[in-house]
Design a protein around this ligand. Sequence first.
Ligand SMILES: Nc1ncnc2c1ncn2[C@@H]1O[C@H](COP(=O)(O)OP(=O)(O)OP(=O)(O)O)[C@@H](O)[C@H]1O
Length: 235
Amino acid sequence: MAGAVSIRGLVKDFGPRRVLAGLDLDVADGEFVALLGRSGCGKSTLLRILAGLDADVEGTFSVPARVSVAFQQPRLLPWRRVWRNISLGLTGVDGRGRAVAERALAEVRLADHADAWPSTLSGGEAQRVSLARALVREPELLLLDEPFGALDALTRLAMHHLVEQLWREHRPAVLFVTHDVDEALLLADRVVVLDEGRVVAEHHVDLPRPRRRASFADLRSEVLSDLGVDDVEAA
Ligand SMILES: Nc1ncnc2c1ncn2[C@@H]1O[C@H](COP(=O)(O)OP(=O)(O)OP(=O)(O)O)[C@@H](O)[C@H]1O
């Protein structure tokens, strides 16, 4: 199977600080990979590089032609209605921008919000618009940088279901940065742990979906231990 992402020896320095130190990582087509690691270990930097937002690197990487990104903050344009936020910059849709945006909104359960202004949306709704905006480009690779980090616990749960469903339907490869080990184990095919700018551990999550937290208690302990944290619940 052709890989969606192939990274070899990626090095990124910010002045004297080496953030990525020869990182190697492959992501297969349609694979859902979660990236975990201590704060400051370079997760967002890696996503920004793959998204083409930072070209000042050494090493090599390849990504597919269509890459979409969703960040922790939805970053919607406040002076555009929701549907325009989604259709803006879409090429090849001519006069169908509104219809295309509406279809994407229906997928994230926001069909009736096409004409809303971003300022009137809740945090969860804004994040769903951000997902719709990412998906409408039919990405082969979806980069998610802590997309649920700012949401409350209940909204977060709903978003897990939604992302899993959208991923099943569209099957992009996903690279998903999170601090939440449970979130990673609920959603990902593979959990990759970064430290000191390299991959230091990875775990395949061969569990049927939808997953229950009880089904990955042992894996959670292993991943937490990779992160240098004791699993108090396992004691
Ligand atoms: N534009 C920049 N200029 C200088 N240093 C930067 C810049 N962007 C990031 N860094 C530094 O690079 C390191 C990695 O940052 P990055 O945001 O990739 O970490 P992260 O793993 O995503 O962290 P977190 O989990 O806290 O979001 C940090 O030490 C950060 O201060």
